[in-house]
Design a binder for this molecule. Structure first.
Ligand code: NAD
Length: 232
């Protein structure tokens, strides 16, 4: 019996845009009025921790007021109904895939709703602020930081991602600009390892030439349409 096709899906900020969460490169290169270098690097945190903690406290609070959209829900449906393996790898740090019903999502850039204690190296589900330096629930040190992979840091679970890409028959990229590495290189790797490649995005991304097919439009429409096509 032949193995049902394995699908690896990479998502980016575009899948959450219709839920009201800003993408990264919209708004003239500023991210919620901040330059990326001022809020999303280890150097920025060392230089001005209050600014960085306040920025992430705001985003952590904001995502909890947002809801998953039809695209998140369609991927959860695919995971439930597809006979083969479906692996969702996201660059997003929101929890809308999980709230849309997906399980086992790989958050390669960390999560807003997690805090990392740099003293004892434990991680804790975190919904409140970090600016007031709350103690770590494990060791008591006031050394919690956002559990976010900043520019210059190594993304999480790269081994699991490489294994999934090696096993993939179909690689699908959704709502990502193809500008942030290593995620931007996954399409090339998946293709070299034998997968068919599909891009679902509002507009052609930087790596568009690497995709066998592109379907353009808002995620809520193109992702639901693609899942419907696949399952029927
Ligand atoms: P990006 O902002 O660089 O690119 C977003 C892409 O989504 C663009 O190509 C744009 O055309 C597309 N897009 C916009 N609206 C869309 C829609 N309605 N439907 C489909 N596509 C749409 O985002 P990126 O490639 O994910 O890289 C940015 C980095 O910023 C990531 O590392 C991520 O961790 C972080 N980030 C995360 C969030 C989040 O968690 N929701 C939000 C902003 C930034």
């Amino acid at each position: 019996m032949t193995k049902p096709p394995s699908i690896v899906i990479l998502t980016g900020a575009g899948i959450s845009a219709e839920s009201g969460i800003d993408t990264f490169r919209g708004g003239g290169g500023l991210w919620e009025q901040h330059r990326v270098e001022d809020v999303a690097t280890p150097e920025a945190f060392a230089r001005d921790p209050d600014l960085v903690l306040r920025f992430y406290d705001m985003r952590r609070a904001a995502i909890q007021t947002k809801l998953p959209n039809a695209a998140h829900q369609a991927l959860a449906r695919l995971e439930r109904e597809w006979p083969g393996r479906v692996t969702v790898v996201t660059q997003n740090v929101d929890d809308l895939h999980e709230r849309g019903g997906s399980q086992g999502v790989i958050h390669m850039h960390g999560e807003h709703l997690s805090a990392w204690c740099t003293a004892c190296d434990t991680r804790h589900r975190w919904t409140g602020p970090l600016l007031d330096r709350p103690p770590c629930p494990t060791c008591g040190a006031r050394a919690l930081r956002p559990d976010i992979v900043w520019f210059g840091e190594i993304p999480y679970r790269m081994d699991d991602i490489q294994r999934a890409l090696a096993d993939a028959d179909l690689f699908v990229s959704i709502g990502t600009s193809g500008a942030v590495y290593p995620a931007a290189g996954f399409v090339r790797l998946a293709r070299e390892l034998g997968a068919r490649t599909l891009e679902l995005n509002l507009e052609r991304s930087q790596g568009s030439a690497w995709f066998d097919e592109s379907r353009l439009g808002p995620a809520s429409a193109v992702v639901t349409g693609w899942v419907e096509d696949l399952l029927t």
